[in-house]
Write a protein that binds this ligand. Structure first.
Ligand code: CAO
Length: 417
């Protein structure tokens, strides 16, 4: 009989997982069950090799030291005498204990279990899974099949980070599937397939929306002077064959703000524990095309003048609308601008273009009365909507970044500072 070993005097500890079945041939130290107390998840390994004859617990049972777990026949095992010593080696991993146990927890069951267990990973494959109890529990909570996960740890061990890369399948927090509706019951319909770009962008938008906690900061820049400057130079640009729109000023202001607030010019690495800081300034520009939204990248915006940017913007948006962008044209942005200023609207909440940590939405400028301390003056106001990833950017910094952009656009001479 295998009993619960010394678990530090804890009582009423819940059995959260049973990793073996009657008939399984078990090697010494293979995990038998997982227990979970309020403070820790513990794995109870087999104290000797043998064949499982009977299970004395089920998921949800409460146990303490000495409770019977499984009956094992050690007759076929090579050794039996080390049971007491092995029981003492019960591995305890607290929730916060980051370094995973050195030794992989290997599932060695030779046969697929015959009854379903709490964890889907136990029932489908004979491949050993290398994962700690904490990782197994996380996988169970997120309904992730560990057999489908490639471990990045030593000897292919599955780490918490590997799980973070997996979509949760059907946990309580997962998205409920939308019900299939027969709309023809309510009236006449036709079907329209989504374009390749629509499908790609739907997937990316969904991922970006659910994986980055968004906050959107709204602000308004007084661009009266900037607009006068733009109007004064518009003709010259047109003679050279391109439009001179507010967007290029906004691009320069964004780069100035990225230099002043470098955290906005970063990306979270895969582990979610490191920021990659960038010393280049490439901007993604959302372009509306007949086939859907694309985001080409304009590189080294810090090194280019307004006219050069305007010319590049015209060229790249034509290329986008002609459906001729290459993968390289759409890679490497640090920050993205989505301008709906040529259309209408007062504000919107743009979705961050991961791996960026922020995006700026621009709406149509309007003349508004602004109080100058003595009277109301008509001023041209440009609405800005800055969405940022709250995992990386604090609210105060988000507000400062937006305010800095407002100052730059309200007095474009600041861009020279
Ligand atoms: N306020 C007032 N007018 C504006 C403006 C603003 N914020 N921004 C642009 N305009 C004006 C331009 O000056 C231009 O007018 P003129 O021809 O008289 O100068 C007109 O609106 C049209 O501009 P544009 O849209 O052709 O050019 P742009 O440089 O502003 O934008 C581009 C280029 C490619 C970004 C834009 O065409 C586009 O595709 N925008 C849509 C992006 C999108 O779909 N975003 C949503 C993504 S979902 O988050």
């Amino acid at each position: 009989m295998v009993n619960v070993p010394d678990i530090g005097g804890a009582e009423g500890v819940e059995v959260i997982e049973i990793l073996v079945q009657v008939g399984d041939t078990i090697e010494k130290e293979s995990p038998l069950i997982n227990l979970e107390s309020e403070k820790a998840t513990m794995e109870v390994p087999a104290p000797f090799a043998g064949v499982v004859k009977a299970l004395h617990v089920k998921v949800g049972d409460k146990v303490a030291e000495g409770s019977a777990i499984v009956e094992m026949d050690a007759a076929m095992a090579k050794t039996t005498e080390e049971s007491a010593a092995t029981a003492a080696e019960t591995q305890e991993i607290t929730e916060s204990a980051e370094p995973l146990p050195e030794k992989p927890v290997e599932q060695t069951s030779a046969e697929a279990p015959k009854q379903p267990t709490a964890e889907p990973t136990a029932s489908v494959s004979q491949e050993p899974i290398y994962a700690s109890p904490v990782v197994r529990r996380m996988a169970r909570e997120r309904s992730i099949d560990l057999h489908q996960v490639t471990g990045s740890g030593r000897k292919g061990r599955i780490t918490k980070e590997d799980l973070y890369q997996q979509p949760a399948a059907s946990s309580a927090m997962a998205m409920p599937a939308a019900a299939a509706i027969d709309f023809s019951k309510f009236g006449e319909i036709t079907q329209q397939p989504l374009s390749r770009i629509n499908k790609l962008s739907a997937k990316n938008m969904h991922r970006n929306w659910v994986s980055a906690p968004h906050v959107t900061q709204f602000d308004e820049a007084d661009i009266t002077e900037m607009e006068a400057f733009r109007q004064a130079n518009k003709k010259q640009a047109e003679q050279q064959g391109f439009k001179f729109t507010p967007l290029v000023f906004i691009m320069k202001a964004v780069v100035h703000a990225l230099k002043t607030y470098p955290r906005f010019n970063s990306s979270l690495d895969g582990s979610g524990e490191m920021l990659i800081m960038k010393n280049y300034y490439h901007l993604g520009i959302a372009v509306d095309t007949p086939n859907g939204l694309v985001v080409p990248v304009i590189r080294d915006v810090d090194k280019k003048g307004l006219f050069i940017l305007a010319e590049e913007l015209a060229a790249v948006s034509k290329k986008a609308r002609d459906g001729k962008l290459t993968a390289r044209d759409m890679q490497g942005q640090c920050f993205t601008i989505s301008s709906l200023g040529g259309i209408d609207g007062t504000a919107f909440t743009p979705i961050i273009n991961l791996p960026d940590v922020a995006i700026l939405g621009v709406s149509k400028s309007q003349i508004k009365p602004l109080y100058n301390g003595k009277e109301f003056e008509p001023r041209l106001m440009l609405p800005l909507s800055l969405s940022y990833d709250h995992r990386v950017i604090d609210g105060a910094v988000g507000a400062r970044f937006a305010s800095f952009l407002v100052q730059c656009l309200s007095d474009v001479r600041r861009l020279l500072l």
